[in-house]
Design a protein. Structure first.
Length: 469
């Protein structure tokens, strides 16, 4: 965080300042919500969550080096910013940091899927040009965005803000904390459909990012998604379309996947030269092409030299865990752990990528699939469609984990795919461990709370792979 006195912070967030020596305290360390992450100079934000009252951990944060606490009540013997609403104060603190950084370039990214991968790609490209702050993992909520913003320092040149939502108005709220000049909308899908009620409501919420852009800003929209394309109507900012359609301003053609599932394609429109530019990405999955186009458009808008952007993008690798993580193991076996989250679109992308990886001889594909959560009324049909697609792309064996994944297995089995139905993650571990052979490509894919990401880690480690900590 940009070093600031508690007195100044108190004025910015409308807090009462209490505790010994509070007027002389300067916050010059990170802002944290986990007392275990506190260090010298930290400000500890005492949130009250579903399972714990953060105020109870304030002494531990102070013992670890925190110089002050932001909370609902004074903490004995500790400089405290006392507020009526911790979340509101936290958001105002983040906006205070932004307002101290008039030259900070902010890019907002949203979409039903691909936000984290795109954020990671863009951050790697921009980091070649100057200090860049981007979320850790998927910090894209009303808590994650302020946490990310508060990592900005006086030297930060770029802020990449991933913006998620569980309901209408959420993204509009986040844009007030981190007001973007560039907005990227990747897609409108069915993730969190149960909470929104309709795909139209999801589209409306994603469009809040575009509507928040200033007139001198840039909206980067996926031309291949009609709902995203329609967001041109809600902004006064310039619009740049990216995709595979002929009318996209920045376009990809001739997309293929290599034996590692990595996309190769021709890039059109990045420069005035009409000749296409051959591109090859280091990440797996054809869905990364659209992410890459959005990144290049944003980098160009921010003044990154063309060749530097291309070189950095092609070299960019996975950063956040459990997103198409690939582990090559003894016996020519490969684990693909993409089980941080799942919706119909990301399931399809992962299945196609794994099928491409096993296109050579003597390779078998095993898809270990769990439930996709929060799909509401379309859940059963969406799971059936995943099962049919697994058969269509040539998955050799499918393991359906848990009752929620049964429609996947039933639909795949009806089209001739051998399916193992298992009740839980432990049973899946036994089944997969017993069936893996040399040459297999094994995909783990489910929504986060289905737990398959940890199963993927466990089997990877047991097979001789090194799992990141």
């Amino acid at each position: 965080m940009i070093p600031s006195s508690l007195t100044r912070i108190a004025r910015a967030i409308d807090a009462e300042l209490t505790g010994p020596g509070a007027d002389d305290v300067v916050v010059d360390g990170p802002v944290v919500i986990d007392s275990r992450l506190a260090e010298a100079g930290s400000l500890y934000v005492a949130r009250i969550g579903e399972h714990a009252d953060g105020h109870l951990f304030a002494p531990a944060a102070v013992a670890a080096g925190a110089v002050a606490v932001l909370g609902l009540r004074p903490i004995d013997g500790v400089p405290t910013l006392v507020v009526a609403d911790v979340q509101d104060a936290f958001a105002r603190l983040a906006r205070f940091v932004v307002d101290q950084s008039p030259d900070l370039q902010i890019v907002g990214i949203t979409g039903s899927s691909g936000k984290t991968s795109t954020k990671d790609l863009l951050a790697q490209v921009l980091a070649t040009q100057g200090p860049t702050v981007a979320p850790v993992g998927s910090f894209n909520s009303e808590v994650g965005v302020p946490l990310t913003v508060c990592r900005v320092t006086a030297q930060t040149k770029y802020l990449v803000a991933e913006m998620g939502a569980d309901g209408i108005g959420h993204i509009a709220y986040l844009t007030k904390i981190a007001p973007p000049r560039i907005g990227i909308v990747l897609n409108v899908g069915t993730a969190h459909l149960a909470g929104f009620g309709s795909v139209e409501a999801i589209a409306s919420t994603k469009s809040e990012l575009v509507a928040a852009l200033p007139p001198d800003g840039l909206a980067i929209l996926n031309a291949d998604d009609e709902r995203v394309r329609a967001m041109q109507a809600v902004t006064d900012a310039r619009v740049l379309l990216v995709g595979t359609g002929r009318d996209a301003d920045l376009r990809a053609s001739d997309v293929t996947l290599d034996e590692l599932g990595r996309p190769h394609f021709l890039l059109h429109g990045l420069t005035d030269d009409p000749a296409p530019v051959p591109m090859a990405l280091s990440l797996a999955g054809a869905h990364q092409v659209g992410n890459a186009l959005a990144v290049l458009a944003a980098a160009r808008e921010l003044g990154v030299e063309t060749q530097q952007a291309l070189t950095a993008l092609q070299a960019a690798g996975p950063v956040s865990r459990w997103r198409m993580e690939i582990f090559d193991l003894p016996g020519n076996r490969r684990i693909v752990n993409d089980a941080y989250n799942a919706n119909p679109d990301s399931m399809a992308a992962a299945l196609r990528a794994v099928a491409a990886m096993a296109a050579g001889p003597d390779r078998r594909t095993i898809a270990v699939l769990g439930q996709m959560l929060e799909l509401g009324d379309i859940s059963y049909a969406a799971h059936e469609q995943v099962g049919r697609l697994a058969a269509q792309v040539g998955i050799d064996v499918l393991v359906a984990v848990g009752p929620g994944a049964e429609p996947i297995g039933t639909a795949a089995q009806a089209l001739g795919v051998p399916v193992r139905f298992v009740p839980d993650v432990d049973a899946a571990h036994e089944a997969v461990s017993g069936m893996m052979e040399d040459g297999d490509v094994v995909l783990f894919k489910s929504s986060r709370d289905s737990g398959l990401r940890y199963l993927g880690d466990r089997i990877t480690a047991e097979a001789g792979g090194v799992v990141p900590q």
